[in-house]
Design a protein around this ligand. Structure first.
Ligand code: G3H
Ligand code: 13P
Ligand code: ZN
Length: 311
């Protein structure tokens, strides 16, 4: 199967009250681990590449591995640019075979965000590529840009209709209390999402797909392994799964997960090497990391996304 854009995926997800997992990829083992889970559960999936992941792994390598995954599995797979920083990066990815891009102008003044987003939409739509925009800023670190928690701001529901109409985006990322990275809430703070804002956005944009970034749950079984070496991981708090499930049953059609995959891969490798300190064949320890990724993605599809058997 050829790579698909997100149009049909999101339409079905909205109508079915579930969400598509958007998982960040950086190398072959991560791609293998994700698609093995999706194949087993017959789930559509978005594989997304950040600007820094693209620098790390190189565009062509990622493109061809994702195309191979779509051919091998026959699943609907979209290849998406995550947090596109400017028009040129989006254009490079569109010209280079990506089927979906995010233009992230959320840090810009409102009118500038509209301007760059509309420019990307024009270029993308002429080539069958779907576009995600963002309004409101999440806390945390993404692509080397750090936003402190007190500087993050929730999406203003009064802006969403104007933004979507004037830009023509196909989906919209909003800020309702999620954040990037493993440390989403301060120690002792009760995790909370602003479902009132999500509901207001839905009221203003009926049937329109919403995206949640920063949606890792920071799964304790992997945190505990990663933390064995010391460090701050024990203080990491993610988004509770019941909240993500609720969001998926509302307008949220795309749920972004990166940190949970990083934790799982690292936990698998670390456990393998701790148990087998003499091993030095990368296939042995990376296979364990890959299996942990498959377990995480299966868990998400079954307990959070609800996308099993929707391929
Ligand atoms: O939202 C950001 C993703 O977690 C990607 O992070 O830029 O370090 O690849 P990265
Ligand atoms: P997490 O850091 O919560 O996994 O979020 C990833 C993300 O939003 C990628 O765009
Ligand atoms: Zn993000």
């Amino acid at each position: 199967m050829l790579l698909v854009n997100t149009k049909e995926m999101f339409k079905k997800a909205y109508e079915g009250g579930y969400a598509i997992g958007a998982f960040n990829i950086n190398n072959m083992e991560i791609i293998h681990g994700i698609v093995a889970a999706c194949k087993e559960l017959n789930s559509p999936v978005i594989l997304q590449v950040s600007g820094s992941a693209r620098k790390y792994a190189h565009h062509g390598y990622l493109l061809h591995m994702v195309q191979a995954a779509a051919e091998e599995t026959g699943l609907p797979i979209a290849l998406h640019l995550d947090h596109g920083a400017n028009f040129e990066l989006c254009k490079d990815c569109i010209d280079g075979g990506f089927t979906s891009v995010m233009i992230d102008g959320s840090h810009l003044p409102y009118e500038e965000n509209i301007e760059v987003t509309r420019k990307v939409v024009e270029y993308a739509h002429a080539r069958g590529v779907t576009v995600e925009g963002e309004l409101g800023q999440l806390a945390g670190v993404e692509d080397e840009v750090s936003v402190e928690a007190d500087k993050a701001n929730y999406t203003d529901p009064d802006q969403v209709q104007d933004f979507v109409t004037r830009t023509g985006v196909d989906s919209l990322a909003i800020a309702i209390g999620t954040s990037h990275g493993a440390f989403k809430f301060k120690p002792g703070q009760k995790p909370q999402l602003r479902f009132d804002i999500l509901q207001e956005v839905m009221d203003r944009l009926p049937g329109f797909p919403i995206v949640l970034h920063g949606a890792s749950s920071v799964m304790p079984e992997y945190v505990s392994i990663v933390n064995e070496n010391g460090g701050q991981m024990a203080n990491a708090i993610g988004i509770p799964e019941d909240m993500l499930r609720k969001a998926a049953s509302m307008a949220v059609c795309k749920i972004n997960v990166d940190s949970d995959l990083r934790l799982a891969l690292t936990a698998g490798v670390r456990r393998h090497l701790a148990e087998n300190p003499t091993h030095f064949d990368p296939r042995q320890y990376l296979a364990d990391g890959r299996d942990c990724i498959t377990a995480v993605v299966k868990h998400k599809i079954q307990n959070v996304l609800g996308s099993a058997d929707k391929a």
